[in-house]
Ligand binder design. Structure first.
Ligand SMILES: NC(=O)c1ccc[n+]([C@@H]2O[C@H](COP(=O)([O-])OP(=O)(O)OC[C@H]3O[C@@H](n4cnc5c(N)ncnc54)[C@H](OP(=O)(O)O)[C@@H]3O)[C@@H](O)[C@H]2O)c1
Length: 272
């Protein structure tokens, strides 16, 4: 009788795209995917240390290919061009089909301002990335899979803010109505795309983090962060690494019956 081999996820020979994979939660996705054998195509917008930071992951995991691409996810033409480039760059000669098997649409932005001060520019800044940008990259990858007649898995990084209004202190909201509503929109988009593409073998799910220690939260008032952490059943913000297990599971064949779902990794915030 052979010894149990445990539960494992292995993406060897597969290429997975991570938008915003150069820092924050996305960087944790990039590292976790590389550690699981995936070749990773990282999309970033314009961060000055992106190439160096992605290069560090290459050094840590020399057995896999990791490459960074500058690309604004809100620009449809650029997204299409970059996805086709990734398809070529990661091609495996003996494999006739696309090397891309998964996508984490993670890039997102926020503007914190009282509603009376928000502008149409703020709206476009947020929705162009958090909703249209997610749509753009998901569609480009799904088209490639449909053209190649291959299956694939998409994980959309939404937020627990799709369901709740975050608090800054008792009975006082964190003022970011465009951000919260964009996350509600992208969680619904997840279900719609899952419904349309299920027949093509394409699964689409949302991962919805609670408070995570990244640049997005580090810039906020410490008193507010302590208050938010104190409200959580688990009593603390998450480390970016704590988002990776669910994302990798959803990308893998272990999740072959999961589509159209939204999975909250929120330290228990939504219990109350
Ligand atoms: N942190 C949290 O507590 C939290 C909670 C719930 C949900 N989330 C969600 O999780 C995701 C990642 O958050 P984070 O905190 O890790 O963010 P972050 O540290 O602020 O990083 C944002 C990432 O998105 C990329 N990006 C932004 N606009 C882009 C564009 N137009 N095109 C391509 N890439 C773009 C950035 O690229 P550059 O580096 O080049 O600018 C960067 O890699 C977001 O969708 C966020 O809403 C975060």
């Amino acid at each position: 009788m052979s010894a149990p081999s445990g539960f494992s996820i292995n993406f060897s020979g597969q290429c997975i795209i991570v938008t915003g994979g150069n820092r924050g939660i996305g960087y944790a996705f990039t590292r976790a995917l590389a550690a699981s054998g995936a070749n990773v195509a990282v999309i970033y917008r314009n961060h000055p240390t992106a190439l160096k930071d992605v290069g560090e992951v290459s050094k840590e995991f020399p057995g896999v290919k990791i490459k960074a691409y500058q690309c604004d996810v809100s620009d449809t033409e650029v997204v299409t061009r970059v996805v086709n480039q990734i398809n070529e760059d990661f091609a495996i000669p003996e494999k006739k089909t696309t090397p891309i098997t998964g996508l984490i649409a993670n890039a997102g932005v926020s503007v914190v301002k009282p509603a009376l001060e928000l502008t149409h520019e703020d709206f476009k800044k947020i929705y162009d990335v958090n909703v249209f940008g997610v749509f753009n990259i998901a569609r480009a990858v799904a088209k490639l899979w449909q053209d190649n007649k291959t299956k694939g898995s998409i994980v959309i990084n939404s937020s627990m803010s799709s369901q709740i209004i975050n608090k800054a202190k008792d009975a006082s909201p964190l003022t970011q109505v465009f951000y919260n509503s964009s996350k509600a929109a992208v969680s619904n988009l997840t279900k719609g795309l899952a419904a349309e593409w299920a027949k093509d073998g394409i699964r689409v799910n949302a991962l919805s983090p609670g408070y995570v220690k990244t640049a997005q939260t580090a810039g906020m008032d410490k008193g507010m962060r302590d208050y938010q952490a104190g409200q959580l059943p688990l009593g603390r913000f998450a480390e970016p690494d704590e988002m990776t297990g669910q994302a990798l599971l959803l990308l893998s064949d272990h999740a072959s019956y999961m589509t159209g779902g939204e999975y909250f990794i929120d330290g228990g915030q939504l219990i109350y």
